[in-house]
Ligand binder design. Structure first.
Ligand code: MRU
Length: 363
């Protein structure tokens, strides 16, 4: 993505450090965060310096390479155990995004070569880079397929941030929007603010502004109003994990947007790579939902008149809060899932055909 005329990825690795655009600070400050080891990378995922399913996946892959590169002894079995420990720390950083374990498994399953520690270290680094490059290409393809669903003069609603910042580049839900814009389609994007962490207001709006794509931020509670008053032609969101029956876990609030879209006959699309499908989740009931700190509800951050980022409390001192980070949208509300292989209907037979053939091709 182009930021101040420089092309950035959300996450990359150089020598033994992983670099990330620091998403805790946007849109107020653009800063690169340097993580020097796999523990710092796991922590950056946990604290959402980097967030969004594909970006978490690529960060995990680089983190595992960091773990391998840090091993200093000379015993191959011990090296494997060391890498396995790093795998566990990284894999437990956040529970809902399937791409994290998918990316970690991609690196771990192929990195051990010829009982050679130095070759395996090198291979881990190459695999992590390969994974990130592959992820960029997948998101570009999602954009190409999704663009075909967008007509000139359409108004599109999106929830949370499923843009380049949530991926290595391009985005999932924002990739079709980007490509429609590059194709000179006239579009307007309604951006749900996405409380509690405001990924819509902070990140999606920032990305759209960088690309000069027309948009307006709306309060989360306003989406129904705009849908009912025929201001929205299409909804596109991302996904953190998709069950084999087509139920989709995405940022909290997605479910109610899908229900209201159906009520108003508005197509509701999910954009996600095939790596987001979880072959172990038969339905959405099996998807682990992350519970985050109540602080995210009780406080909000912004910038003051001296351009200082400030966090302020917005609820009574006595109040507590509950903060599930994701919800599950049942497949019946979803018009289609835009993947790198085309648009899939959210039904078991079709999902199995695409997802299982992906795994077979990788063997
Ligand atoms: O908690 P976050 O910010 O990691 O949640 C992100 C989302 O819910 C995105 O919509 C999802 O990861 C898809 S990202 C391309």
């Amino acid at each position: 993505m182009l930021i101040n005329n420089i092309n950035y990825r959300t996450v990359w690795m150089q020598d033994t450090s992983v670099y990330m655009i620091n998403q805790q600070l946007l849109p107020f400050k653009f800063e690169i965060f340097q993580s020097k080891n796999y523990v710092e990378t796991a922590n950056a995922i946990k604290t959402m310096v980097v967030r969004g399913a594909p970006a978490i996946g690529a960060s995990g892959a680089y983190g595992l390479a960091q773990g391998a590169l840090a091993y200093e002894e000379n015993n191959f079995d011990d090296f494997k155990r060391y890498v396995n420990d790093a795998y566990k720390v990284l894999n437990s950083a956040r529970p809902t995004a399937n791409d994290l374990s998918y990316a970690l498994n991609f690196v771990k399953s192929k990195m051990f070569v010829n009982w050679s520690i130095s070759n395996s270290k090198m291979r881990a680094f190459e695999l992590a880079r390969e994974y990130a490059d592959w992820s960029v290409e997948v998101c570009r393809k999602i954009g190409e397929y999704g663009n075909k669903l967008i007509k000139n003069n359409q108004n599109i609603l999106t929830h949370c941030n499923a843009g380049a910042l949530a991926c290595v580049d391009f985005g999932t839900a924002l990739s079709p929007i980007r490509i429609a814009h590059y194709n000179r389609k006239k579009i307007f994007v309604y951006v749900d603010e996405t409380r509690p962490r405001n990924q819509g207001a902070y990140l999606t709006a920032w990305e759209l502004a960088q690309e000069k794509i027309n948009h307006a931020i709306i309060a989360d509670n306003a989406a129904g109003f705009f849908m009912k008053s025929k201001k929205i032609d299409l909804v596109v969101v991302g996904a953190d994990r998709i069950a084999m029956n087509g139920d989709v876990a995405n940022k909290i609030g997605t479910y109610e947007k899908a229900v209201v879209a159906k009520e108003n006959n508005i197509p509701f699309y999910v954009a996600a790579p095939l790596s987001t499908f979880d072959i172990n989740s038969k339905t959405g009931d099996y998807i682990p939902i992350e519970e985050r700190s109540e602080e995210e509800i009780l406080y909000i951050s912004g910038i003051d008149e001296n351009k200082k980022i400030k966090k302020v409390r917005i609820a009574p001192e006595e109040s507590t809060a509950k903060n599930p980070a994701f919800d599950v949208t049942p497949a019946k509300y979803i018009s289609g899932i835009i993947t790198e292989k085309g648009v899939i209907r959210p039904v078991m037979e079709e999902i199995e055909k695409f997802v299982l053939s992906k795994y077979q091709n990788e063997e």
